[in-house]
Ligand binder design. Structure first.
Ligand code: KG4
Ligand code: ZN
Length: 365
């Protein structure tokens, strides 16, 4: 069964064809990064306009690369939430029209659950690199999920592809958001996660000591926070300025106030702390629940320090999506869509998009 998956929740206009929920036949991601980079963040109005311009071509390319025409599609899946409303509506409307025109089963899915599903995808394509993957055998529920993106940071118990219980979450910024904001302040580039990850490779992660949040007790046992870390790292830039480095001649790190090697040290020290904050909650949850399998998903799951730290855990089995499927893509939408469709579920064609979605926050007693 070949499912067309469409994703337009933020700044990636994406479509893919996936067979039987796992085999990626094509995966096309048209990124809008160059159009948002000058603003150091996604501009919703630009994003939805670009999706409108690109969606037809992206879907056509996904079908072409899968070697099928519209008649070869057996069902359509699309992201309906959470995300930028204007952007979501473009993909959702296109998907509805496609399904209606060909009288196909149609399902609207949750973007974050799809991120968690991404590690189940397989590909023969050389374009999709499988890196730290430990084991590709069927993931057995229950396991611990680590959902880390630009908008969410969640540690959860996962009992099925559509059944998660949030154990811990951020009480302020998402982890990807912290990467993006630090990068913006230092002028490292946009989006911040991949840039900081790369810069950190040449830096010393012990050069700066940034604070870990104190959230170990009571109801916040598995929660985390990024605003303190973000503020400390940004304040460090002020310290560089105060030290009179404003005229540094060999600065190439992005900010005019620091050298490249200072920038790399900041990136490495920040990245290490940001990941250790996640891991502290994750390891606590693993210990308390006894769950030994961890499945990661979302843009930050591409982070090399996070991947190597988890791959080094002897008692835990850690599964990551292929690098190319950590960020937003249509394959994860098609994959999870297939699971709903084979269960007989369908969405009505009047289903609408929503920016936020319930069930992704912890309920405090
Ligand atoms: O899942 P995603 O593509 O979109 C959302 O659903 O938000 O995640 C995007 C986030 C951005 O904040 C980006 O900076 C971050 O993922 N990111 C990374 C890396 N690659 C992307 N963060 C850390 N290290 C990376 N290598
Ligand atoms: Zn995402």
């Amino acid at each position: 069964m070949k499912i067309l998956g469409i994703e337009s929740s933020c700044d990636e206009c994406a479509a893919a064809v996936v067979e039987d929920g796992t085999r990626v036949l094509s995966n096309v991601v048209a990124t809008q990064i160059p159009f948002h980079a000058m603003y150091n963040g996604v501009v919703p109005e630009i994003a939805s306009r670009k999706h409108t311009e690109w969606i037809y071509g992206v879907v056509k390319e996904a079908l072409d690369k899968a070697g099928i025409g519209p008649e070869g599609v057996d069902g359509v899946a699309v992201t309906a939430h959470p995300g930028l409303l204007g952007s979501l509506l473009v993909g959702l409307s296109f998907a509805k029209a496609f399904a209606w025109a060909r009288d196909l089963p149609f399902i609207a899915v949750n973007h974050m659950l799809a991120h968690l599903y991404a590690s189940r995808l397989l590909s023969d394509s050389p374009e999709l690199t499988i890196s730290v993957l430990v084991d590709r055998e069927e993931v057995l529920y229950p396991f611990l999920g680590l959902l880390v993106s630009g908008g969410h940071s969640i540690v959860c118990r996962v009992d099925n592809f559509d059944d998660i219980t949030v154990l811990g979450t951020t009480i302020d910024d998402a982890v990807g958001e912290a990467f993006d904001k630090v990068s913006k302040h230092y002028g490292f580039g946009y989006p911040g996660g991949a840039v900081i990850d790369k810069l950190a490779q040449s830096g010393n992660s012990e050069a700066f000591r940034f604070p870990m949040p104190k959230l170990d007790k009571g109801e916040h046992h598995y929660d985390f926070s990024y605003s303190g870390l973000k503020t400390a790292v940004i304040n460090q830039l002020e310290q560089f300025r105060v030290k009179g480095k404003l005229t540094q001649p060999n600065s190439t790190a992005g900010s005019a106030d620091i050298t490249r090697s200072e920038g790399a040290d900041i990136a490495a020290s920040f990245q290490k702390t940001a990941v250790e904050i996640l891991l502290r909650s994750l390891f606590r949850a693993a210990e308390d629940t006894g769950l030994k399998t961890i499945v990661a998903g979302g843009g930050v799951a591409a982070n090399s320090y996070l991947r190597s730290r988890l791959a080094g855990q002897k008692e835990l089995r850690c599964i990551f999506p292929p690098l190319d499927l950590c960020g937003d893509n249509g394959a994860m939408i098609a994959g999870i869509g297939y699971q709903y469709l084979v269960r007989g579920e369908r969405s009505p064609l009047n289903v609408t998009a929503s920016a936020r979605v319930g069930g992704f926050k912890r309920r405090y007693p």
